[in-house]
Design a protein around this ligand. Sequence first.
Ligand SMILES: Nc1nc2c(ncn2[C@@H]2O[C@H](COP(=O)(O)OP(=O)(O)OP(=O)(O)O)[C@@H](O)[C@H]2O)c(=O)[nH]1
Ligand SMILES: [Mg+2]
Length: 267
Amino acid sequence: MSAGDHAGLVYKEIKGINEFKKDDLIIIIMGGTGAGKSTFVNTLLGEDRVKVGYGLRSCTNEIERVDVPSFTRRPQGRGCRLALIDTPGFDATDKDDLQILYRIAACVKDIYINKEVLGGIIYLHDISDDRLSAAAHTHLSLLKNFCGVTALKNVVLGTTKWSKVTEGRGLEREKELKERYWGPLIAMGSTVEKFDGKRESASRIVENILDRIGSPGIVLDIQRELVEEKKDVSETGAGTTLKREGLDKVKKEKEGLFRRIRRFFGI
Ligand SMILES: Nc1nc2c(ncn2[C@@H]2O[C@H](COP(=O)(O)OP(=O)(O)OP(=O)(O)O)[C@@H](O)[C@H]2O)c(=O)[nH]1
Ligand SMILES: [Mg+2]
């Protein structure tokens, strides 16, 4: 039985229904530290539920699940129970990427074992970042291997912090990102969306993921690897990407520190 069949059967067992209904979905928010993941979650909820970082240090330390009890914008009107998972950002000040991957991996493993439905991933990128660091390249490869080809169609590459750049500069960067860096992900079905900081914008991004789900959610490559193949995180495609493309730690820390200083002072 394939993992896809597994997810389908499981869903029927849990819900006692014969067809997939677009409710009780989990969406994971991922991205580099300071990209605005926690801000996105709070904006969607319309309240400050998770902690947002205002200093130089990375903020979110643990995986945080936030239930959105009634996602009433769905046309079905019944209200869609949605859970957002806020994750610690990569390239953090106090943890290495493998530690962060272990935490996120434990979360997606639980989702798979608990037979919950994973709707997609929103991967946020700060459009005001003036260059794509070597670490950010690694994170894109990591994302590709974390998801696998079939799940990438339910990935939204969301750009944040548009208010920090002129529109022209933002559009230029978005074009470059699409053409030079995100091309392979877009070719596999991922989409690029702008988050303008408003609640409607966050809702639209989430709804776009909900609209894309035509089967019982997605199964990530890393979920299969951890559960079906009983691999350790370090042996998964995502884990080996980090090891293979792992930067020299000191160089990476220095690069991250400079980027955070530039961001903090708006330079
Ligand atoms: N102008 C602007 N600032 C933003 C936006 N999103 C986040 N910020 C700011 O960026 C900083 C970091 O935001 P967070 O939401 O904590 O970022 P995060 O991705 O959760 O960071 P970690 O938890 O460290 O991974 C805060 O000062 C936010 O106010 C945005 O869309 N526009
Ligand atoms: Mg955060």
